[in-house]
Write a protein that binds this ligand. Structure first.
Ligand SMILES: Cc1cc2nc3c(=O)[nH]c(=O)nc-3n(C[C@H](O)[C@H](O)[C@H](O)COP(=O)(O)OP(=O)(O)OC[C@H]3O[C@@H](n4cnc5c(N)ncnc54)[C@H](O)[C@@H]3O)c2cc1C
Length: 616
């Protein structure tokens, strides 16, 4: 199907987005990558969205007979093949120039929850469920003039496509509209205008200033650079990762709740998607020598007796890969961790520990010359100027001028975004301190895998026992100054450590080291990522504003942060999310999850509350 006019359409384009319904064994995708690679006039970036309700097991995939020319990529596809867990998975080829966004789901809900602008659709007329609802979803995603290629379309399918706005461009060769490959072009009218959220990317910025070089800013810079954008990263301090990301090590895992409904909720689904992204990045940063850490799983201690529910993954275990998580009884926990956890726990596979500053350095290295770092330049204010933004210092001088700005300044974010109503988001500051007992200064059980539950504990590469962290809300008027490491917080952490391990442990208090920082936390404890909304001042708005995607945006202004206590987990995915918001590229997660982190969600909630009040 790739020979059928797609190549002519992608030539000279910066980015080309294909949507394939029914990925199968990936033959069409592999053939497209092969054609893309051999085309001197190829787009810089090929995004391939594909859905597959019945994914093959990795073993079966590798053994599929395909054309010998595709063998190398077929092996690569098999090696990156994700665990068979519902959601969107990101597979990367040619250093990120080709991205496969693979959804394991049914086509209807997957398309409905897709946020992208699609240049070409590929589908098979024999596919089940080709109906008006599906065609409407495709019309919603279609770029103007998008091409649709279908094999063996029946007359009913052709009529349905025409009804949705796809005009026949080339009937199936030799047999009218019938059995062979037919092509359509989208020239229809959308029954609803594009959402305000998707219009935020209409500026197609070439240069973006990112404020803050912590986990959020570095991840955003890396993702934007991969999308072909020139980035200037503006950092107040003389070193990257100088805020909360200065913490020596961060534990990450996706374990959220233990009941099935908790695991199906937005927080858990987002955390699972985030864990796949960060596990890959952390492993790469560790392997390349940028960061210390490990990515061989984490055990989350059960709080209370283990609820014997079926984990999402238990129903979908992959015979080759094993599950993404596993319930452990007391004996299982003991053999996995060396600690007799009273109530057992849950082993989570895409999880580990990594040094945040090393991760930041790895992302900046992978962004390469497209991301320029300005250290020691504190941003005082942001000023729009026509289609451009000025990033200003305390003297009102322009540090940098850009088409768009991403504010990723940790706890300084609400202040920088105050002119656009960020106070209505009610982000809070929470102080935290971790403790470290160096090797030789503690005695007791040593967890073989990082443990989490009430706090966390792990043994680092130097034999030190790291544990914590505290959480203490800060006064609103707190000003930026070095944070003292407090003995009382160490004592609190030691007490929690004893409870987590369930065993006596002796720690020489005077030898304890620590690091303290401030986290930014949203009321719903989810990150805040996307295009900054116009301020509604809590004054309500039309009913459609009950959905964040319809709230108008400040042109060219974006935010990435409020990672709370899970900054390592959220960072990688959030960088991708904000880059998609800036460039209009495919969102890496379903639209309800984009809603869940959208900075416009706070305004939507107040509109919903106002509607309820008015109806009483
Ligand atoms: C003690 C402690 C322990 C933690 N443990 C874990 C853990 O185990 N696992 C986990 O996932 N997370 C953990 N976290 C949370 C995690 O560290 C944070 O969520 C994350 O680092 C936040 O990243 P960020 O990039 O949003 O903010 P920051 O790391 O604060 O980065 C913001 C950057 O912006 C810069 N900046 C600020 N203002 C300006 C300005 N005006 N102009 C230019 N630059 C500016 C700052 O210097 C900084 O470098 C912990 C946090 C703390 C405090």
């Amino acid at each position: 199907l790739i020979g059928e006019g797609l190549q002519e359409r992608w030539r000279g384009r910066q980015r080309f987005v294909v949507c394939e319904l029914g990925f199968g064994d990936g033959t069409r995708f592999l053939a497209a990558v092969d054609a893309w690679r051999r085309d001197a006039d190829r787009p810089r970036r090929l995004d391939w969205l594909a859905v597959e309700p019945h994914p093959l097991a990795r073993g079966a995939l590798a053994g599929r007979p395909r054309h010998p020319a595709l063998a190398r990529d077929a092996t690569e596809l098999a090696s990156q093949w994700p665990p068979p867990v519902e959601g969107r998975h990101r597979l990367v080829f040619d250093g990120g120039a080709v991205v496969l966004h693979l959804g394991f789901a049914d086509a209807h809900p997957w398309l409905r929850a897709t946020e992208a602008t699609v240049d070409a659709f590929l589908l098979d007329g024999a596919m089940a469920g080709l109906d008006a609802a599906l065609f409407r979803s495709m019309a919603r995603l279609a770029a103007d003039g998008a091409r649709l290629v279908i094999r063996a379309a029946s007359d009913a399918v052709c009529d349905g496509l025409a009804h949705a706005g796809f005009t026949i461009a080339q009937p199936g060769s030799g047999s009218g509209r019938g059995t062979a490959v037919a092509q359509f072009t989208w020239r229809g009218e959308r029954d609803r205008p594009r959402s305000a959220r998707s219009r935020a990317a209409d500026r197609a910025p070439r240069t973006v200033a990112v404020i803050g070089a912590g986990l959020a800013g570095a991840s955003a810079a890396r993702a934007l650079a991969e999308d072909g954008v020139e980035v200037v990263l503006v950092e107040a301090h003389g070193e990257v990762a100088s805020g909360a990301s200065a913490v020596a090590a961060g534990v990450f895992h996706a374990a959220v709740g233990s009941t099935r409904s908790e695991q199906a909720g937005a927080h858990a689904r987002l955390a699972r998607a985030a864990s796949f992204e960060i596990a890959r990045d952390a492993r790469a940063a560790i392997d390349a020598g940028f960061a210390s850490g490990r990515v061989d799983g984490v055990v989350r201690a059960a709080v209370g007796p283990v609820v014997r529910v079926r984990a999402v993954s238990d129903a979908r275990s992959d015979p080759v890969d094993g599950t993404i998580d596993r319930l452990l009884d007391r004996a299982g926990a003991l053999s996995a961790t060396g600690i007799a956890l009273a109530d057992g726990g849950r082993w989570v596979r895409f999880a580990g520990v990594v040094e945040p500053r090393g991760l930041v350095r790895a992302w900046l290295a992978s962004a390469g010359p497209r991301a320029r770092l300005l250290l020691g330049r504190a941003t005082d204010a942001l000023r729009p100027d026509g289609d451009r933004w000025h990033v200003l210092d305390a003297n009102g001088q322009t540090i940098v001028e850009a088409d768009a700005v991403v504010v990723a300044a940790g706890i300084a974010t609400p202040t920088l975004l105050a002119p656009w109503g960020a106070k209505h988001w009610q982000l809070r500051r929470v102080r935290g301190q971790t403790s470290r007992a160096p090797a030789g200064t503690w005695q007791g059980p040593a967890p073989r895998l990082p443990l989490t539950g009430h706090g966390h504990a792990f043994v680092d590469a130097g034999g030190g026992l790291v544990f914590g962290a505290t959480a203490e809300p800060m006064a609103v008027d707190w000003v930026d100054e070095p944070l003292p490491v407090r003995p009382a917080d160490h004592a609190f952490n030691v007490e929690r450590l004893r409870r987590l391990l369930g065993e006596e442990i002796s720690v020489r208090a005077e030898a304890l080291e620590g690091s303290a920082g401030i986290r930014l936390v949203a009321p719903d404890r989810l990150p805040v990522v996307g295009a900054v909304p116009e301020s509604l001042d809590g004054s309500g708005g039309p009913v459609r504003f009950e959905q964040p995607r319809h709230i108008p945006r400040v042109p060219g202004l974006f935010v990435c942060g409020a990672f709370g206590a899970r900054g390592v987990l959220w960072s990688s995915l959030s960088g991708r999310l904000v880059a998609a918001a800036v460039t209009g590229g495919p969102a890496p997660v379903d639209s309800p999850l984009v809603d869940a982190v959208d900075p416009a969600r706070f305004a939507s909630r107040s509109v919903r509350r106002a509607t309820v009040r008015a109806s009483r």
